[in-house]
Design a protein around this ligand. Structure first.
Ligand code: DGL
Length: 290
């Protein structure tokens, strides 16, 4: 457990710590930067151990705890688990390893709460094997539908493990992306033309927002895509607001820090696609080789 006695004070100008198995979480970082331009982020991508989606829950927990302890030690005022696979398996472990004064925001709960508020009835969820195998979306969405008395609530989950590697390759708009998405969604029975079983689709992997257009083409206009990163950014803003820790808008222009556990050749280029602008890497973080 990270010792509070050695913790730097959680001032509003402290960075928001954010992590993912690699670059997918940069879609969440991008949404946070859009929603709160005055906030500084310290992003850690665990590229040495990705993909988390194919790892055991125990291993994802071990990696997540190590990263969260590092971010807390760096004085982060909040920790964002910008990875569905980690959020699905390691939220409690991460909360337990950092001081309770540091809010931990995962990417599953805010989306589930939002769908509950909207009264979403027939929801489909796609994600990695780790996320779908955990059943977290189905369980928590059914709970929220039940608690809110949403009539005819219905949730279906489907693993789509090939999509994250394809998107990471930059193939989100490639002609081969459509048949792969089509294959998965047809197998799930959610495609345009099928008797429609879902009204909303949760993109339960932080890579997937990059392929939004391909999903829309396959699903047709009747199925709403849920914009996870924007919803999570709102949850982060809320967590900081209630603690009086929002960065001041008249502060100096912010410089984010990005770290990875293994710098691969195409990381910087791919990271730029996910974050929407150039990413400057700094050396450091857990597993950093000097
Ligand atoms: N970004 C991760 C997620 O949201 C998926 C990539 C991985 O498997 O590491 O689950």
């Amino acid at each position: 457990m990270y010792s509070p006695s050695s913790r730097p004070s959680l001032a509003s100008d402290a960075p928001i710590g954010i992590f993912d198995s690699g670059i997918g979480g940069l879609t969440v970082a991008h949404a946070i930067a859009q929603a709160m331009p005055a906030e500084r982020m310290l992003y850690f991508g665990d590229t040495a151990h990705m993909p988390y989606g194919d790892r055991s829950p125990e291993l994802v927990r071990t990696y997540s705890v190590r990263i969260a302890e590092f971010l807390a030690a760096e004085g982060c005022k909040a920790i964002v688990m910008a990875c569905n696979s980690a959020s699905a398996t390691a939220k409690a472990a991460v909360e337990a390893c950092v001081d309770h004064d540091i809010p931990v925001i995962d990417v599953v709960a805010p989306v589930v709460q939002q769908l509950g508020r909207e009264g979403a009835q027939r929801v489909g969820v796609i994600g990695t094997r780790a996320t779908i195998g955990s059943g977290i979306y189905g369980k928590s969405l059914r709970e929220v539908q039940h608690d809110r008395g949403i009539p005819d609530g219905h949730v279906e989950e489907w693993p789509t493990p090939l999509l994250a590697p394809l998107i990471e390759e930059g193939w989100q708009s490639h002609e081969l992306m459509l048949p792969v998405i089509q294959g998965y969604l047809e197998a799930a029975g959610w495609c345009a033309g099928d008797e429609r079983r879902i009204d909303a689709l949760v993109l339960g992997c932080t890579h997937y927002p990059l392929a939004e257009e391909a999903f829309s083409r396959v699903l047709g206009p009747q199925v709403r895509l849920i914009d996870g990163p924007a919803i999570v950014a709102k949850a982060v803003a809320h967590a900081l607001t209630v603690r009086g820790r929002l960065a001041s808008a008249d502060g100096p222009s912010v410089q984010h820090q990005f770290m990875v556990s293994d710098l691969t050749e195409n990381f910087v280029q791919s990271a730029q696609r996910f974050f929407g602008k150039e990413v400057h890497l700094v050396p450091g973080g857990p597993w950093f080789q000097h």
